[in-house]
Design a protein around this ligand. Structure first.
Ligand SMILES: C[S@@+](CC[C@H](N)C(=O)[O-])C[C@H]1O[C@@H](n2cnc3c(N)ncnc32)[C@H](O)[C@@H]1O
Length: 334
């Protein structure tokens, strides 16, 4: 089965990487994949549980079944659409997503493509049984059938200021979920955030069914984190008020996902940052099971290099938070 992931486009490398790691964590194997702008085409082997993948993702909008593709011109599209048999159950509508540089009116293309199917099927623009997706990239145009929609509004509703315990140190829940997905943690596996702060990462990991553990050097922050986890109904968590050097109390874990302190809003307790990062990488590499992943947000290339002395760096995604503040989302393996 071929499927197309309509990536959110908010980050060029994180969005496709999230899909790839999500497929792996849900045990979905694929023959190949190819990217066309912000559309990721994946040839999936056998019958896979794509619904579960759609429930985990943060940086995609939709997942569609691939029907056919054409050169990026209207006459090619219509010619191929007339020749290709498409199964439509009940009523339908066509929606066009133009991510190409061509100045085309989506509504005109929707009407033209819809006209081909309207002979045999009822059009329902508000609540159709089937949604045909027309996806325009620079190189190719795709036609697909909507399979699943990612619930992106849930992440807005969980933003830090809506939680019972709030500090302005927590990243956006979409980025937190994406980082959890990059770690490939599975439901019921153990995930540790050794700099848990208010719990933004642990909330997202707990909601996909991971067993979550966290530590923070500040007692009042660790207590606030517990409050937040309870608020979102996360069960069986373990939060301790300890220094990162003491995280071996949690035993071995399947994933570590964390946003390192960077010394401005989030304190390092006056410890020089290089020293803290060395201690942290050492402790993390001791608690991670072999072959498992650390996914972390780090504020500079120099600090990433420290991590390379302890684990293998496999991916780096620069992420502009705001103004001149860039964080690097890194994946290390043990
Ligand atoms: C960037 S914040 C984490 C934000 C968190 N992801 C959230 O959602 O709120 C880093 C946290 O690390 C904690 N911290 C700083 N030094 C620490 C240390 N040596 N051991 C454990 N925690 C520490 C800080 O108190 C702070 O809460």
């Amino acid at each position: 089965m071929k499927v197309v992931f309509e990536l959110s486009g908010e980050h060029p490398s994180l969005s496709p990487s999230e899909v790839i790691h999500c497929l792996k964590s849900e045990g979905v194997s694929y023959r190949y994949m190819d990217i066309f702008g912000s559309f990721l085409l994946v040839n999936i082997e056998g019958r896979a549980d794509i619904k579960k993948v759609s429930q985990r993702l943060a940086l995609s909008h939709l997942i569609d079944i691939y029907l056919f593709s054409t050169k990026p011109y209207l006459r090619h599209l219509l010619k191929k659409a007339r020749k290709t048999k498409v199964d439509i159950e009940g009523s339908f509508r066509v929606r066009c997503e133009n991510r190409s540089n061509k100045k085309l009116r989506s509504i005109d293309l929707e009407k033209k493509l819809g006209g081909i199917y309207a002979d045999k099927h009822d059009v329902n623009l508000t609540n159709p049984d089937t949604e045909i997706r027309l996806l325009l990239s620079e190189e190719l145009w795709f036609v697909g059938k909507k399979l699943f929609e990612v619930n992106r509004s849930q992440y807005e509703k969980r933003k830090a200021n809506f939680r019972p315990f709030f500090l302005p140190i927590s990243m956006h829940p979409r980025l937190a979920r994406c980082m959890v997905n990059l770690s490939e943690v599975k439901a019921r596996e153990k995930l540790l955030d050794p700099f848990c702060g208010t719990g933004g990462i642990l909330i997202e990991a707990g909601l996909i069914g991971a067993e979550v553990m966290g530590s923070d050097i500040e007692r009042w922050i660790a207590e606030g984190c517990k409050k937040n986890l309870r608020y979102y109904g996360i069960k069986g968590f373990e939060i301790e008020n300890v220094d990162v050097g003491e995280i071996d109390i949690f035993g071995k874990v399947d994933a570590v996902v964390t946003d390192f302190p960077y010394g401005r809003a989030s304190t390092t307790k006056k410890e020089p940052i290089e020293k803290l990062y060395k201690r942290a990488f050492l402790s993390i590499s001791n608690v991670l099971k072999s072959g498992k992943k650390l996914v972390c947000a780090i504020p500079s290339i120099e600090l990433i290099k420290i991590g390379c002395d302890y684990m293998d760096l496999v991916e780096v995604h620069p992420f502009r938070v705001h103004g001149n503040l860039t964080r690097y989302i890194c994946i290390f393996t043990k």
